[in-house]
Design a protein around this ligand. Structure first.
Ligand code: ZN
Length: 397
């Protein structure tokens, strides 16, 4: 947010400066011209600083944006993984609930078995020792001999003992089912806890995802703001360059008194980088029919090694010799007659503003300053402040 405000303040400053520009037209003395030129130079130097700061900011935002975008992608991946995990746990949860249900049924059955065996045993004992005693005794007394009596007695004892054994076995079975029930219920609780934890992790991640998306949107806004600032700066620089062009023309007129000043009246410009004939990027100025976006390359790019001397394409006055925005170190020569040539991305400059140059004079040296990815000269021709295709203007390379 802080950065946004800063840009807004800088923009306001720009507008105020523009309003303070005095009107041209009335004949100015050289002293007046020089005063205004030095004013403009101060403004330009100040703007160059702001531009560099803006470019720095732009780069920082781009880096941040990339980082945030990577983070967001990572979070999205994690959310997807977490979603898969949740599905898995949900499957486990269903299976576990089913196991608990089955175990409960098993326990009920086991309890029933114990109860019915217990009942059976009680009934038999009751038969033996209470109401049924008689009949049992009868069974015994019906014995035909003492050994028959013993056989019958043992048989009865065996039945009761077997009942007791079965009851014991049933009770043991019930115990183990009850134990299993405790176990599967504990398992269910642990799975439910795991599910709740995983769900919370996913929700946290989704919250982070939202935060990252918000951060990205803010960065995009800031980026737009810096772009806007660059456009404004370029527009302002163009206006200052125009004014300087007029001031220099006025000064030349004063200096030559009655002699007419050298004015470009047509004819070929010379190639600014002799021997370097490759054009890596040509002049483009159109609206892309598909994307509807402006495709704009205001000049031609001529690759050359760093330090290669850049030569004036025609005689004229150097009206800009300083850093400007994406141009980096920039030379602009005014040739009169509304014609200017621009030389961008220089490693260093060889002339000062106000220098009168002849065709072929070295004005700067090839570099890769400003918005540039390699050593080259960005060469522009401007007709009445409008960039035009330089190719028809330059003849011999
Ligand atoms: Zn270029």
């Amino acid at each position: 947010m802080k950065k946004l405000k800063k840009s807004a303040i800088v923009t306001c400053g720009l507008v105020l400066l523009l309003m303070s520009v005095p009107k041209l037209g009335n004949a100015m003395t050289n002293a007046e011209i020089d005063k205004r030129l030095s004013q403009i130079q101060k403004i330009e130097a100040d703007n160059a600083k702001k531009q560099q700061e803006n470019e720095k900011q732009k780069k920082e935002i781009a880096i941040q944006k990339k980082q945030e975008a990577n983070n967001l992608e990572e979070i999205k991946k994690q959310i997807e993984e977490q979603g898969k995990l949740l599905n898995e746990i949900q499957g486990q949860l269903l299976a576990s609930k089913e196991t608990v249900k089955q175990t409960n049924e098993q326990l009920q059955e086991a309890e029933q078995r114990v109860e019915s065996r217990d009942q059976l045993l009680k009934n038999r004992v009751r038969l033996m020792y209470t109401n049924g005693f008689v009949s049992y005794m009868e069974v015994l007394f019906e014995a035909t001999s003492f050994s028959d009596f013993l056989d019958r007695f043992h048989a009865l004892q065996a039945i009761v003992s077997q009942d007791k054994q079965i009851l014991q076995a049933n009770k043991k079975d019930k115990e183990s089912v009850a134990q299993k029930k405790v176990q599967v219920e504990a398992e269910l609780v642990s799975i439910q806890t795991h599910y709740a934890e995983s769900e919370k992790i996913k929700l946290d991640m989704q919250q982070k995802e939202k935060e990252k998306e918000t951060a990205l949107a803010l960065l995009a806004k800031q980026e737009e703001q810096t772009e806007h600032f660059t456009e404004e700066q370029e527009e302002y620089a163009r206006k200052l360059a125009d004014e300087k062009s007029k001031l220099w023309a006025e000064r030349q007129k004063n200096d030559t008194k009655n002699k007419p000043a050298a004015v470009y009246t047509g004819g070929a410009l010379t190639w600014p980088l002799p021997g370097r004939t490759t054009i890596s990027s040509g002049f483009v100025n159109r609206i892309n029919p598909v994307t509807k976006k402006a495709e704009n390359h205001k000049g031609i790019d001529i690759p050359a090694p760093a330090g290669t001397p850049i030569q004036a394409a025609a005689p004229g006055t150097v009206i800009i010799a300083q850093w400007m925005n994406g141009y980096g170190n920039l030379i602009v020569i005014d040739h009169g007659g509304g014609l200017q040539t621009w030389y961008g991305h220089a490693k260093s400059l060889a002339v000062e503003e106000g220098t009168q140059v002849k065709t072929g004079d070295v004005v700067s040296y090839v570099g890769s300053t400003g918005q540039s990815t390699g050593n080259h000269l960005h060469f522009e021709v401007r007709k009445s402040s409008t960039p035009v295709d330089p190719i028809p203007y330059v003849s011999a390379k």
